[in-house]
Ligand binder design. Structure first.
Ligand code: FAD
Length: 319
């Protein structure tokens, strides 16, 4: 039986692993299908403190992993299919049926950005296609941008991007927006924001060499004809899906599937199960905030294992 299992190897899980390993708790870390997490899908990261010249996402994650290994964290390939948190020790079943038992579990499985699923999109992530204005807006100074989506986050991303771009066009497949009135009004009042409503995205178009995004091919639903919306970058803002399906309701989640933690901590409603990073964060979703909450989860877990944690929380609905 293990003392602590960490599920997921993004900044949250790896930071938790570093702290747990240095506290002599011999963490076992399950990598999942995306070892290193979301930052392995990007190029340059310019906002993670400590790297004044920036650092490539995969290199940053490789460094974090090496740091955890150096202090004795054990890594396992594999994907968690199922958990049983109804009794201790907790059971975690990997794909293939291997069952691991542990006194505590840290959930750090992230939240995946939703994509449009159109040609040219995945090939250009990090090279003109982005799902994070805070992360990538800075790379588009003086450029023309598109934001796809009609909800609050699309309005927020578009407003933020006008700090850098000369022009930002919001593309949405319907005439009506889902965003709240206040967010719509803010976007409508912004002189740099244009609108391409009632347009269904069909393809991210690049130049002939494929090195530079040229825009988005869309269908104009009013006349059914195709058009090219020219731009240097396409921001997809249609939401995130937290990776919590495998939990099967074993810990409390909100309506969108995000794990609910006791405010200011990483405690879930199950004593001994902690959550950190994007999987419990509907608001910030940054590498540094994920890493920070990974540190918190490790410290909460240490406290729990030494018996000095008073668990006085059973979730917002008391489950
Ligand atoms: C293209 C892109 C660029 C970005 N750029 C920046 C940036 O410049 N700066 C910044 O601060 N943030 C950036 N972000 C956001 C940042 O990557 C995330 O906020 C951060 O990675 C979240 O960390 P996490 O550890 O919570 O989860 P993730 O990084 O999402 O890691 C989740 C981990 O859980 C594992 N996992 C999932 N399900 C299971 C399962 N069932 N069993 C086992 N393992 C599982 C996955 O394999 C993965 O290892 C970017 C995101 C993207 C997509």
């Amino acid at each position: 039986m293990h003392k602590v299992l960490v599920i997921g190897t993004g900044p949250a899980g790896l930071t938790a692993a570093i702290y747990l390993a240095r506290a002599n708790l011999s963490p076992v870390v399950i990598e999942g299908l995306e070892p290193g997490g979301q930052l392995t899908t990007t190029t340059e990261v310019e906002n993670f403190p400590g790297f004044p010249e920036g650092i490539m996402g995969p290199e940053l994650m490789d460094n974090m992993r090496k740091q955890a290994e150096r202090f004795g964290a054990e890594f396992r390939n594999g994907w968690v299919e199922q958990v049983d948190f109804s009794k201790r020790p907790f059971q975690v079943t990997l794909e293939g049926g291997n069952v691991l038992e542990s006194e505590t579990v840290i959930l750090s499985t992230g939240a995946s950005a939703r994509y449009l699923g159109i040609p040219g999109e995945q090939e250009n992530v990090g090279r003109g296609v982005s799902t994070c204005a805070t992360c990538d807006g800075f790379f588009f100074r003086g450029k023309k941008l598109l934001v796809v989506g009609g909800g609050d986050s699309a309005m927020e991303e578009a407003n933020f991007l006008t700090r850098f771009a000369t022009e930002v066009t919001i593309v949405h497949r319907r005439e009506e927006l889902r965003a709240s009135k206040i967010m719509q009004d803010r976007a409508k009042a912004n002189e740099k924001i244009r609108w391409a409503l009632n347009r269904t995205p069909l393809e991210v178009v690049t130049d002939e060499g494929g090195g530079q995004v040229k825009g988005l091919k869309v269908r104009n639903n009013a006349g059914a004809q195709e058009e090219l919306l020219e731009a240097d970058g396409v921001f997809v803002a249609i939401g995130h899906t937290p990776n919590t399906k495998f939990l099967g309701g074993a810990v409390e989640t909100d309506d969108h599937g995000y794990i609910v933690v006791k405010p200011g901590t990483t405690e879930t409603n199950v004593p001994g199960v902690f959550a950190c990073g994007d999987v419990q964060d509907t608001r910030y979703r940054q590498a540094i905030t994920a890493a920070g909450s990974g540190c918190m989860a490790a410290m909460d877990c240490e406290k729990f294992l030494e018996g000095s944690m008073v668990h006085d929380w059973s979730g917002p609905t008391g489950s």
